[in-house]
Write a protein that binds this ligand. Structure first.
Ligand code: G3I
Length: 352
């Protein structure tokens, strides 16, 4: 039993939603014709690398992982991190409950540790996450006045992005704002309920001002299947932003998959979003029991879309995963490479 499941019901919902979606999609999803951005990503002459980050770099991509500051002193963990990955995402350390526990009082120690360590080793950093209804301190979720919440949200975005200005390649500006199920609408949250649906746009505009050098991403789970209402809701939001000039540069597909791996339409989904004029990224990949074929399909979907700029797995060893007991990652508890690792590397054109 994942201890996180016992503590927070919130964690259970997206995963089970993903598993249901994966089951439903096992027979193949409806897919519209893929769009323009599919392109061969590996030149025939490119040398084969033997690590994930090096091979991803052959096509100008990154291959990253979520990291926890408290594990960086573990030799096995750090050894794999530095050998295999060229991008990192703080698993929890940049979230609101970790950085601004009380209003206007910011804590950056663990996030700084992750950022400085990565940059010192030539690894890139994704920022995760600025505006999210979960892992949100009670003092924020209790705000009922729009003026106060607007000011608090802007100050949070500006303070975090200013601290890491120029150091973060992509920020998850808004995370998981869409509802599960068939509505295709924003979920209920303090942000939507107090500020209205325009809070997403407000957050992205504040983010562009705070760090014009960072790519600004919308990030969510269960948006990998093209025909799903949630996917379509996010697509409409991004299309609307691009049409009106609201700043947005990328969409993150978390990709928490069940044993069946990605839906058959995943590449089409990536391509269709990319055709709107944004980059797409796989941001939190993990797959129950890590079947090699499911990893192959996930990685191939990204490699086949020119604007899919990188893949992040959500942890290093199975024992580091939030999905305890599901062994969803590329390395086993002892840090040994799994079949899924070889599948991911091979799917990028590398050689194990
Ligand atoms: O920070 C406290 C610590 O003070 C305390 O000692 C400890 C006791 O066990 O708990 C710590 O908080 C936990 C935190 O992870 C740090 O370990 C929380 O209880 C726990 O709920 C939290 O879980 C994280 C979860 O997000 C929270 O929603 C997972 O590690 C993290 O992998 C997961 O990541 C999310 C992405 O951010 C967004 N997408 C979904 C993904 C999986 O849920």
């Amino acid at each position: 039993m994942n201890p996180h499941f016992r503590r927070t019901g919130r964690n259970r919902r997206p995963l089970s939603g993903v598993l249901v979606a994966a089951t439903l999609l096992a027979g193949g999803a409806t897919a519209t014709t893929g769009a323009a951005s599919a392109a061969p990503a590996i030149t025939p002459a490119a040398p084969k690398a033997s690590t994930l980050g090096a091979q991803a770099a052959q096509s100008g991509r990154y291959f990253g992982t979520a990291v926890a500051a408290g594990k960086l002193s573990n030799g096995v963990y750090a050894g794999i991190l530095d050998r295999e990955f060229n991008s990192v995402t703080a698993e929890n350390e940049m979230k609101w409950d970790a950085t601004e526990r009380s209003r206007g009082s910011f804590t950056f120690g663990p996030a700084d540790q992750i950022v400085n360590r990565a940059l010192g080793r030539g690894q890139r950093v994704r920022g995760h996450t600025l505006v999210w209804h979960s892992q949100l301190p009670g003092w924020v979720s209790g705000i009922g006045d729009a003026g106060t919440l607007r000011s608090v949200m802007r100050n949070h975005i500006t303070t975090l992005m200013s601290r890491y200005r120029g150091k973060i390649h992509s920020w998850d500006v808004v995370n998981e704002a869409f509802a599960d199920g068939g509505s295709g609408q924003l979920r209920s949250s303090v942000f939507r309920n107090v500020l209205g649906t325009g809070f997403v746009e407000e957050a992205f505009r504040a983010a562009r001002s705070a760090d014009p050098s960072a790519k600004l991403c919308y990030n969510d789970y269960s948006i990998e299947n093209w025909s799903d209402a949630k996917t379509q809701g996010v697509y409409r939001l991004v299309r609307d932003f691009k049409a009106r000039g609201v700043p947005i540069d990328c969409v993150g597909f978390q990709a928490h998959f069940g044993t069946g791996g990605p839906p058959g339409s995943f590449q089409t989904t990536l391509a269709n979003f990319a055709a709107l004029g944004v980059d797409v990224q796989i941001t939190e990949l993990d797959i129950a029991q890590a079947p090699a074929a499911a990893y192959t399909n996930s990685v191939r979907a990204c490699m086949n879309v020119a604007r899919c700029t990188g893949i992040t797995v959500w942890g290093i060893r199975d024992s580091d995963s939030w999905r305890v007991g599901q062994n969803p990652l590329l390395f086993d508890n002892n840090g040994n490479k799994k079949a899924a690792y070889r599948a991911a590397l091979t799917a990028m054109g590398g050689t194990p």
